[in-house]
Design a protein around this ligand. Structure first.
Ligand SMILES: Nc1ncnc2c1ncn2[C@@H]1O[C@H](COP(=O)(O)OP(=O)(O)O)[C@@H](O)[C@H]1O
Ligand SMILES: [Mg+2]
Length: 425
């Protein structure tokens, strides 16, 4: 039984260390995967499905097939899947461990103080769309499309790493879970209906455009701080999804940028033909939107957000993993599988800033000034679970601060050149 899984349990080549998550159908662990020699060991995430699922033949077949298939999706915005198997009645899959948190948790934690800045939300969704496109485009050896559809795009399945990387997880899983008998499934899908497309909610055949609708819901919620489809019961939620009545964000917040509204509304069209036809199109429009507003959101800015809202918990988890590694040292290889670097390390020489949003400099077209306005332009807003809508402008004060900082920098350089020049003469 999964409840019997504990630190030290073995699933395939992996030795479980610390449990990091629990969903309706599985538990997720950080584990040490044993290589041929201890120095080839690595840390992985293991998803262990509830044991009753292993008794469902259709599920088992589909889980093995689908997870094997999605192993070949290789993209920086998709969690890498390594292996899949069954061990003493538990179906498991091993994958890249993303040290960080799900967007669901980040939204909830951020909302307690200050919601995720909308420009950062746009970048997160653009990154997720890039990963989604790679999966949708997966082809077989004859270059024929595999027709991969995620089916469960929601804030739970969008992970944010401590370096600010955005990664989609659980490709293939929802399709297998779809084969689980009603009796086992009862109650397990709770809370999943609010991120379905109307065609999915009606049980109709779906294609990649269904995932685009789901990503559109996440974008809507992140930028309006409001849940889109949430009824009192699952049935009511399903009805709301099927009717797909989407209030235009400007009707909720007069400051909502109309250009962004056009993108959100196009992703959320009830008729799949009227939506974006590929995740690449959605990604392009989101990036173009940021460009037109002259906003650059650095990946390190997303790392900064994670650190701000949930840094302590992530540090704590790392300590737990390190301590489990020490207890279960293999030969001379102990806790050194886990980097001794601080959890939050800036990437690519960028400084971590709190918003990470800045204005492109004229010279390079990019600015990594890391200007930190601490999201100050944005009033504290309630988390998406609340119904309140609070006006949130698209960081004009950020821009002013960035321009001032940039000007001060340029003035400083000019003064330095003048001093050098005068000294030289
Ligand atoms: N590869 C991974 N790396 C790090 N954390 C993960 C990984 N996969 C899943 N998780 C964490 O485990 C939690 C539980 O996952 P899951 O069983 O899929 O349920 P759900 O997606 O409904 O939350 C996720 O919300 C996420 O925080
Ligand atoms: Mg999941």
């Amino acid at each position: 039984m999964t409840t019997d899984l504990q630190p030290g349990s073995r699933l395939g080549d992996a030795e479980l260390l610390v449990r990091i998550g629990r969903g309706g159908m599985a538990t997720v662990w950080v584990a040490r995967e044993h290589g041929r020699a201890p120095k080839e060991d690595r840390l992985v995430a293991i998803k262990a499905m509830l044991p009753e699922l292993a008794e469902e033949t259709e599920f088992v077949r589909m889980f093995l097939d689908e997870v094997r298939l999605v192993r070949s999706i290789r993209h920086p915005n998709v969690v890498n899947v390594y292996d899949v198997g069954e061990h003493e009645g538990v179906m498991w899959m091993s994958m890249e461990w993303v040290e960080g948190e799900s967007l669901h948790t980040v939204i909830a934690e951020a909302g307690k103080r200050r919601a995720i800045p909308p420009e950062m939300a746009v970048r997160i969704i653009a990154d997720a769309a890039a990963g989604l496109h790679a999966a949708h485009e997966l082809r077989d050896e004859n270059a024929a499309p595999r027709g991969v559809v995620h089916r469960d795009i929601s804030p739970h399945n969008i992970l944010i790493g401590t370096n600010g990387a955005v990664k989609l997880v659980d490709f293939g899983v929802a399709k297998a879970v779809g084969r689980v008998s009603e009796a086992t499934r009862a109650g397990q899908l709770k809370g999943k209906f609010g991120y379905m497309s109307p065609e999915q909610a009606r049980g109709k055949p779906i294609d990649r455009r269904s995932d685009l609708f789901a990503l559109g819901i996440v974008l809507f919620e992140l930028t309006t701080s409001r849940r889109l489809f949430r009824g009192e019961t699952d049935i009511e939620t399903l009805k709301l999804v099927i009717s797909s009545r989407v209030p235009p964000p400007t009707s909720l917040d007069p400051h909502y940028p109309p250009e962004l509204e056009r993108i959100v509304m196009r992703a959320l069209q009830r008729d799949p033909q009227a939506r974006y036809q590929s995740a690449a199109e959605l990604e392009a429009d989101l990036r173009q939107y940021l460009k037109s507003k002259r906003i650059v959101v650095a990946q390190s800015g997303i790392a900064g957000l994670l650190k701000r809202v949930i840094g302590d918990r992530i540090e704590q988890r790392r300590r737990a993993v390190r301590s489990a590694l020490r207890t279960r040292a293999r030969g001379s290889v102990g806790d050194d599988l886990l980097s001794s670097e601080p959890v939050f390390t800036p990437t690519g020489g960028e400084r971590i800033s709190v918003t990470g949003a800045s204005v492109p400099s004229r010279a390079s077209g990019l600015s990594y000034s890391g200007v930190s306005s601490a999201g100050g332009s944005l009033p504290g807003v309630a988390p998406p679970s609340s119904r309140s809508v609070v006006s949130r402008g698209m960081s004009d004060p950020n821009r002013v601060i960035a321009i001032v900082a940039y000007s001060v920098g340029v003035a400083g350089i000019l003064i330095a050149i003048a001093v050098l020049y005068l000294n030289g003469h």
